[in-house]
Design a protein around this ligand. Structure first.
Ligand SMILES: CC(=O)SCCNC(=O)CCNC(=O)[C@H](O)C(C)(C)COP(=O)(O)OP(=O)(O)OC[C@H]1O[C@@H](n2cnc3c(N)ncnc32)[C@H](O)[C@@H]1OP(=O)(O)O
Ligand SMILES: CC(C)C(=O)C(=O)O
Ligand SMILES: [Mg+2]
Length: 547
């Protein structure tokens, strides 16, 4: 039988302590609502003594989601902080006061300049006071992993006797290593169960040595009942333990840990993206579970294995965490199996072995000149060899030319696109340059494409830095992602949009939906666009994938 591990999410408290991560009240509420959908057991909503704004945000979160999620907030071992915590969370159904106080010599001597006995007494007094306000009180022994064990235990014993219902053992500066931290928790757990087995034992790790997830999992093996984590591992310095890593670690290795959480893992990616969107702090591309490449495969041997059986190179399915299905990225490191898969997906026949070999050779030649080979590249390679004329086969959009003028009155975009032998052009104004650009593109392609996600990141530094734009469009009830890179970020934005639209047009399953949508809006396109004779080659590189 699996143990249930309580998940406390501290994205809105420890995560929000990060430079640049400060959120306003509506943003905090939006994130809290997503955490509720994700199924966290406790939300640490803030540090209400720090400002009136944070006090009100914690209060608003308690009102908004406190009917179904336990709400806590942090305070020092100071009466006024505890009052602020209580006043801000008291409207929640299941409020929890969280008090922190250091136990390491360096905290006792340098931060507080008091004796160990005096600091321990401060903690006991704080818990006693908190208990006059609420029954549920968590006590965090800050810097526990650098504390002398017997003093740490003496503190835990004293605050439990004073009424603490949860003991949280933090690795505040990310100093611990997994075996040692697991042993520490095992030792505390043995004593704590003898003292009062109703007290919840919790851990809170930081990632200064990149060990936060490993330490947290090791602590679970050592008997921890509760983990403190954040979305994307956001938190002080190198961050906190990432929620998604621990949750999926327990899920994928269930037979090893024999533990589970109440998290709805299908909401993990949505939670990660929302936090990125609200804070503007990106997730590294190779981040476990939520990174852009977490389910992307690009080497030929891996792609071949995956096409034979996903389990060859996948330990969890992307759909399980709410991600798009696995992505096979075509590069010069791809092999015949992956290339054939891409060509066949577009409806081309590959049964003539010699013909396919020639096509593959062309693909490798192209791939050696580019970082990635994109759907439209494959399509044009395959269609030109198969004899299908570009206008006779599926026609894809290419960017001919564009001009975007931005000002605070009427940001305007003028674009000319080419599709097959024809060109269309038009103009639109928008709320900003990208909005204007996407408005005119939407009109020109005549597809009802709803922008679900837009992300821009820099791939290099300096004047010639390459910007990469990743977008997600909803077309006819399906979702398509597109990305493009260019030194001109407006051009990269247009490229990403067209790559996603082209993916919709190439998608056999949804092709009719996209075409249908285009047909439905054809009159609008005719009204906006004008036919021109010539077309220039697209220089923006990009990729699109149907999901
Ligand atoms: C590991 C962690 O993440 S702990 C949580 C970190 N979060 C925060 O710091 C939240 C944001 N902080 C704040 O808004 C402010 O620092 C406040 C409101 C907490 C305090 O502000 P100020 O009163 O101006 O004090 P300041 O921050 O400069 O110094 C901290 C004071 O609290 C004391 N203190 C620090 N930790 C604790 C504690 N756990 N319990 C009691 N007192 C503490 C310090 O010794 C210092 O007191 P001193 O002035 O007597 O030396
Ligand atoms: C408040 C405590 C739990 C903390 O954030 C830490 O020690 O890192
Ligand atoms: Mg912390």
């Amino acid at each position: 039988m699996n143990r249930n591990i309580i998940v406390l999410d501290t994205t809105l408290r420890d995560g929000e302590q990060v430079p640049g991560a400060k959120l306003n009240m509506p943003q905090k509420i939006e994130m809290a609502q997503q955490l509720k959908r994700l199924g966290v057991d406790i939300i640490e909503a803030g540090f209400p003594a720090s400002s009136q704004g944070d006090f009100e945000a914690v209060q608003a979160i308690a009102r908004s989601v406190g009917d179904s999620v336990s709400i806590t907030a942090l305070g020092r071992a100071v009466k006024s902080d505890i009052d602020a915590v209580y006043e801000s969370i008291k409207l929640a159904q299941d409020p929890l006061i969280h008090i922190v106080l250091g136990t390491s010599n360096i905290h006792v001597e340098k931060k507080f300049s008091r004796s160990k006995e005096a600091v321990l007494q401060m903690g006991v007094d704080a818990v006693r006071y908190a208990k006059t306000l609420l029954p549920a009180v968590q006590y965090s022994t800050e810097d526990a992993s650098r504390s002398e064990f017997e003093y740490l235990w003496a503190t835990i014993e004293a605050v439990v006797k004073a009424g603490a219902t949860m003991i949280n053992v933090p690795d505040t500066v990310g100093f611990a290593v997994p075996e040692e931290f697991g042993d520490l928790i095992r030792r505390i757990n043995e004593r704590l169960k003898n003292l009062d087995d109703r007290v919840v034992l919790s851990v809170h790790c930081h990632n200064d040595l990149g060990l936060a997830t490993a330490n947290t999992l090791s602590a679970i093996r050592g008997g921890a009942d509760k983990v403190e984590v954040t979305i994307n591992g956001l938190g002080e310095r190198a961050g906190n333990t990432s929620l998604e890593e621990v949750v999926m670690g327990l899920k994928v290795r269930e037979s090893f840990y024999r533990a589970q959480t109440n998290i709805n893992t299908k909401e993990l990616i949505r939670s990660s993206r929302l936090l990125t969107h609200l804070t503007g702090l990106d997730v590294q591309v190779n981040k476990a579970i939520t990174g852009e490449n977490a389910f992307a495969h690009s080497s030929g041997i891996h792609q071949d294995g995956l096409l034979k059986d996903k389990n060859v190179y996948e330990i969890m399915s992307p759909e399980d965490v709410g991600a798009d299905s696995m992505e096979l990225v075509l590069t010069a490191r791809s092999g015949r199996h992956a290339f054939k898969h891409a060509v066949e997906k577009m409806g081309f026949d590959t049964s003539d072995g010699a013909e396919f070999e020639a096509l593959f050779a062309q693909f490798l030649e192209l791939a050696d000149t580019k970082k990635e080979v994109y759907d439209h590249d494959v399509y044009y390679l395959a269609s030109s060899r198969s004899g299908a004329s570009r206008s006779g086969g599926k026609e894809l959009y290419e960017l001919d030319s564009f001009q975007v003028i931005t000002n605070d009155l009427y940001p305007t975009a003028t674009v000319q696109l080419r599709k097959g032998g024809e060109a269309v052009k038009g103009s639109a104004v928008g709320d900003g340059p990208i909005d204007a650009l996407y408005t005119v593109l939407r009109q020109l392609v005549g597809i009802d494409a709803e922008l679900k996600d837009y992300k821009i990141s820099s791939l290099s530094r300096g004047k010639e830095a390459i910007g990469r734009v990743n977008i997600r469009l909803a077309v006819g009830g399906r979702s398509y992602s597109g990305r493009a890179m260019d030194t001109d970020i407006i051009k990269a934005s247009a490229g990403a949009f067209l790559n996603a639209v082209n993916a919709a047009l190439l998608d056999e399953g949804a092709g009719t939906t996209a075409e249908q949508a285009a047909a439905n809006e054809g009159s609008e396109q005719a009204a906006t666009g004008q036919v021109a004779e010539h077309a220039a080659a697209v220089s923006t590189s990009g990729q699109a994938a149907a999901e």
